[in-house]
Design a protein around this ligand. Sequence first.
Ligand SMILES: *[C@@H]1O[C@H](CO)[C@@H](O)[C@H](O)[C@H]1NC(C)=O
Ligand SMILES: *[C@@H]1O[C@H](CO)[C@@H](O)[C@H](O)[C@H]1NC(C)=O
Ligand SMILES: *[C@@H]1O[C@H](CO)[C@@H](O)[C@H](O)[C@H]1NC(C)=O
Ligand SMILES: *[C@@H]1O[C@H](CO)[C@@H](O)[C@H](O)[C@H]1NC(C)=O
Length: 486
Amino acid sequence: MNMSRTHGSVLLTAVIIVVLILFSTSNSKTPVIPINLQLQNKLNFNPHLHAIARSSTTMTSFPVLRNRNPTFNVRVCISDPFFVKSIRYINIYRSINQLILQTGSRLPELELVRARAAIQRAATVRNKSQLLPNADIYHNPAEFYQSYIEMEKRFKVYVYEEGEWPLVHDGPCKDIYTIEGRFIEEMEQGRRGRYFRTKDAQKAHVYFMPFSVTWMVKYLYKPDSYDVSPLQQFVSDYVRIISTKHPFWNTTHAADHFMLSCHDWGPHASKGNPSLYNSSIRVLCNANSSEGFNPQKDVSLPEINLRDGNIPPKLASPPPPSSPRPHLAFFAGGVHGPIRPILLQHWKGRDPDLQVYDYLPKALDYYSFMLASKYCLCPSGYEVASPRIVEAIYSECVPVIISQHYVLPFSDVLRWEAFSIRVKVSEVVQLKQILTSVPEEKYLRLKENLRAVRRHFVLNQPAERFDVFHMILHSVWLRRLNLKLE
Ligand SMILES: *[C@@H]1O[C@H](CO)[C@@H](O)[C@H](O)[C@H]1NC(C)=O
Ligand SMILES: *[C@@H]1O[C@H](CO)[C@@H](O)[C@H](O)[C@H]1NC(C)=O
Ligand SMILES: *[C@@H]1O[C@H](CO)[C@@H](O)[C@H](O)[C@H]1NC(C)=O
Ligand SMILES: *[C@@H]1O[C@H](CO)[C@@H](O)[C@H](O)[C@H]1NC(C)=O
């Protein structure tokens, strides 16, 4: 350590050493680094997290991010090197890196410091767009690429072992809630899951509660009772067990814990514990921002309907780019929720260019229609998410998203406008006009981008790099990066 050129740096070095001693001594006595969580003082790490929050008209109750701690001190600098301009602080950061290397210790918080710095550098300095096949689909391809690489390098997830099968450690692996079971399975037993999973809870950055809300509904819910309290009771009991047996929940007030559910009632179940609802990362298909979904900390999960557990053969590989698409637009589906009745009222049986059905006649094939249409209409039903969006991506049928308050999956890194069209509910009447006025050149670009974005929505078994498993994990990683524990 040779940085004592000025009194200032001597003092700062001393402070670092004290901080590090604090870390290491507390480490040997208690199982976790004592963390004083400042939820109100989150790092404004990913500007897109911010942008999503701002773009949503219903969001008023976010923790204010701009109020960085007025008593800006060395500890803030350590966990927050982005905002640090002075070379002195950069030296501090370098010395910490060196100390980590020397002691070989793996302090999860400090690792995140390094990750944030690397991502920030990549976002502003390096040009990595060549490394990704189609840069157009990302807000900032270099930033995403670096963030993904940092995640693979460092991110560690602890999976709680408490809880009995099947409500915990299992989930549906078929049909509309497939993703719930498949994520849990990959995380617990998959090759890529094991790569990110750590059995050493002290080394983890996040803690996963592997329960399945779909199975709670199947086993605990009384049909037709509309009573979700057994689900909430289960979640409440589960949290009581893990927060009594382990120190992690209490130390961070659950902010570094996550749950995942594709079932419509995932948000209801999460109300079983106030900290889970208000602080934890909730990974949900039902990402309705006017029902408490908070895109700053919660993650929007794509709904993927694999009827028999596999991608339908017709959608299994990308269609030939030249295949003819005689229909302008297609929709077939149940009439539920507030938006679909409007769509059907205006377009069902009205215009041969717009193939709009409630239930598709038996003789017609759903996926063939998607493959034969330029645009696939994806209106919300009972809940905001719809498996059509992912099916449209698979079939390279440009999704036309008609929904309100829906926070789209991975929208913190993906530019949805590069591969989909958004139509307001009030514009449904002009749907044909809107779609026919998209220039051919733009349509072709949207379609090309769909091909590029496909890999981020594919559920592989075993999981593969950049696929949907990794994208979900990356969303959790970004929210953890955005959280400063001090
Ligand atoms: C980054 O690389 C891409 C592709 O090579 C290029 O089109 C773009 O202009 C570059 N951006 C910068 C800022 O250099
Ligand atoms: C966490 O807090 C709860 C409630 O305050 C308490 O019952 C529990 O024992 C605490 N857990 C640990 C590990 O101290
Ligand atoms: C979340 O926090 C708010 C404010 O502290 C509280 O009123 C609300 O009940 C909490 N939500 C849940 C589901 O516990
Ligand atoms: C989203 O939440 C709002 C407010 O509760 C509700 O009115 C709306 O119907 C929800 N959207 C969907 C598609 O469920």
